[in-house]
Design a protein around this ligand. Sequence first.
Ligand code: RFL
Ligand code: PHB
Length: 393
Amino acid sequence: MKTLRTQVGIVGAGPAGLMLSHLLHLAGVESIVIEDRSRKYIEERIRAGVLEQGTVDLMKETGVGGRLSREGLPHHGFNISFSGQRHRIDMMGLTGKCITVYAQHEVIKDLVHARVDAGGQILFEVGNVTLRDVDSASPVICFEKDGEPCEIVCDFIGGCDGFHGVCRSSIPAEALALYERVYPYAWLGILAEAAPSSEELVYTYHDRGFALFSMRSPQVTRLYLQCRRDEDLAEWPDDRIWDEILLRSRTSDGWAPNRGPILQKGITDMRSFVVEPMQYGRLFLAGDAAHIVPPTGAKGMNLAIADVAVLSRAIAAFYRGKGEGLLRSYSQTCLRRVWNVQRFSWWMTSMLHRSEADNPFDHRRQIAELDYVTSSHAAMTSLAENYAGLPLD
Ligand code: RFL
Ligand code: PHB
């Protein structure tokens, strides 16, 4: 058995785990990150694309925003489209804030690079991860690396291993309350080699279902379509995907996404999920391990980063001799923001999607709501404020 010792053991090298390790390092606290996938896999996994202003500011302030500043696409507004008309929400004009389009796997590359450069330890391709003595002062992470049993003995564990990880399930069920909503639809997402035909995102409500136009670079468009939960990708040859995207997205002024070769496609289910509290003993859950939002508000990664900003501060205060106060309030501090973001993500989702259970009343109600949020200054300000992101604390 190989035994490693560190201050904070972190399970999962997603945005939450890597940013936690980075922030702790800047505060003079040591950590080791373990990850069950390879470095190449996590650096290429296609996921989120929208960074809130607070996430961008944190990356820049902590020295990992160089490439983001050069390659990220700042967006001052976005569009909501329905009944064939696009309506621009002027986020910058309404709130003084903007969002930046920069792929999640680029954030991962920047964080891995920063940790490796600073001599930080990230152990990739570990297996059989379990936690022990989580409610003691010396919790232990057990795992296998290259066939050899290993353990990390630490003071705290960062449970940053995503929705399907092992950390949340290491907590006794009776110590947690779960809140969940599963939506009756999913998203079919594609990356296409096509120049984006709009500089800003377009969220479309259509009789045939939701569509989202986004991008990754001046050459690559990212698109999503509402589909069935049990949708079979095999039934979606490229031409059918393009026909459906164009049918839903085209506006009466002739705007439509540009077509191009499809580079990647996948289906994402839609879920709202929160676990309370986000802590058990010396185990602190952060990011998707503690909560999931449907992707319509573009919030999941931003919420993961916000959690670890709070957690790193609490752990740093503990080592500076300031006691356990911030650690004790970690869950409560995060959950306030988490529920705000849950509300916004649920609201965006229910406003923009069609459900089989909907009747003509719901359809007209949704159109009225879309009309309101794209014409009332007060409603647009609320939408823009939430989309650009609430303050980190
Ligand atoms: P992650 O990214 O899932 O990272 C968890 C890591 O833990 C590893 N792991 C383990 N490691 C060791 N031992 C184990 N037993 C382990 N089990 C798992 C995993 O391999 C992984 O590397 O969680 P984290 O860090 O909390 O980050 C959350 C975000 O990834 C997620 O919320 C976002 O991707 C959600 N999301 C979006 N968020 C945004 O902020 N803006 C967006 O525009 C946005 N768009 C999206 C999205 C998610 C999507 N999908 C694919 C779910 C669009 C889509 C389509
Ligand atoms: C993306 O570009 O992947 C994206 C953008 C906005 C969302 C979700 C995903 O709401």
